[in-house]
Design a protein around this ligand. Structure first.
Ligand SMILES: [Zn+2]
Ligand SMILES: [Zn+2]
Length: 222
C-alpha cells in the first residue's frame, strides 16, 4: 500500500492511500486546499474512489465539497459527524485548554461549503470495495463520530484522536491530547483500541508520525 502525505496550509495532513485497484483520500484540509491535493493526484496519476472524513471539523471537511465535485469520489463520514458536512459548520465538543476555548470564534469565521455525504458509517467497515486492504475503525473521543483507518499492512490514520505536538507545530512527533473531547475515557479507550490492532506506524492529522511504543507510553499517562 502506497501512502502519500499532503500537508495543507502548513498544519493539516491529508493522506492519499493507493491500493492495487483503487485510491482513497483521508481528510481534505481547510477550504481552498483542493488544488494541492488534486495536483498531487494528477502528478501520481491517481484517481480517487473514496474520501474518508475522520471527523467533522473545518480543517478536515473544508475541501470535501470541492474534491467531491472535481473527482466524483464518494464521501464517507460517521453518522454522528455527518451534520458538519451537510451544514459546513464544525461540530464542537468540550474544549481542553485555553486555545481550545478560543477556537469556536475561529471556527465560526471559517466558511465551509456544505456537501452531502454518500456513505454514513456507524460500524466498522472494510475498504476492500475501494481497492484498499484495510478498514475503518470507530474511534470516538475527539468527537463522537471520529473514525480511523487501519491498513492491513500496519499503518493507522487516527485523525485528531492523537495530536502531534501543538497542532503539529511544536515537537510534532510527540503525542498529545486533541483540543476537544467528548470525554477522557473515550479518548483512552480509542487510543488503546488502535494500539490493539498492532499498528507499525500511527499517522495523525497534525504532526506525527508516531511510533506505537511512544503512543503506548503516552496513553499510560492519560
Ligand atoms: Zn478536530
Ligand atoms: Zn484537526
Amino acid at each position: 500500500m502506497n501512502v502519500t502525505k499532503v500537508t495543507v496550509k502548513g498544519f493539516a495532513n491529508t493522506y492519499i492511500i493507493e491500493g492495487d485497484e483503487g485510491a482513497i483520500l483521508i481528510d481534505t484540509g481547510l477550504p481552498g486546499c483542493e488544488k494541492a491535493i488534486l495536483d498531487k493526484c494528477r502528478e501520481k496519476n491517481i484517481s480517487l474512489q473514496l474520501i474518508v472524513i475522520t471527523h467533522g471539523h473545518f480543517d478536515h471537511i473544508g475541501s470535501a465539497a470541492a474534491l467531491k465535485r472535481e473527482t466524483g469520489a464518494l464521501v464517507a463520514v460517521h453518522t454522528e459527524d455527518a451534520q458538519a458536512l451537510r451544514t459546513g459548520m464544525s461540530k464542537m465538543d468540550r474544549p481542553v485548554g485555553l486555545i481550545a476555548h478560543l477556537m469556536p470564534l475561529l471556527m465560526r469565521s471559517v466558511k465551509t461549503d456544505p456537501v452531502e455525504p454518500d456513505i454514513l458509517i456507524d460500524e466498522e467497515m472494510s475498504l476492500q470495495e475501494y481497492g484498499i486492504d484495510g478498514r475503518i475503525l470507530l474511534t470516538p473521543g475527539h468527537t463522537s463520530g471520529s473514525i480511523s483507518v487501519m491498513l492491513t499492512s500496519g499503518e493507522a490514520f487516527v485523525g485528531d484522536l492523537i495530536m502531534g505536538g501543538f497542532f503539529g507545530k511544536i515537537r510534532p512527533r510527540r503525542p498529545n491530547l486533541p483540543p476537544f473531547e467528548i470525554g477522557r475515557d473515550s479518548i483512552k479507550n480509542s487510543v488503546n483500541y488502535v494500539l490493539e490492532q498492532n499498528p507499525t506506524v500511527i499517522y495523525p492529522s497534525h504532526g506525527g508520525p508516531f511510533a506505537p511504543q511512544d503512543v503506548a507510553r503516552w496513553a499510560d499517562s492519560l
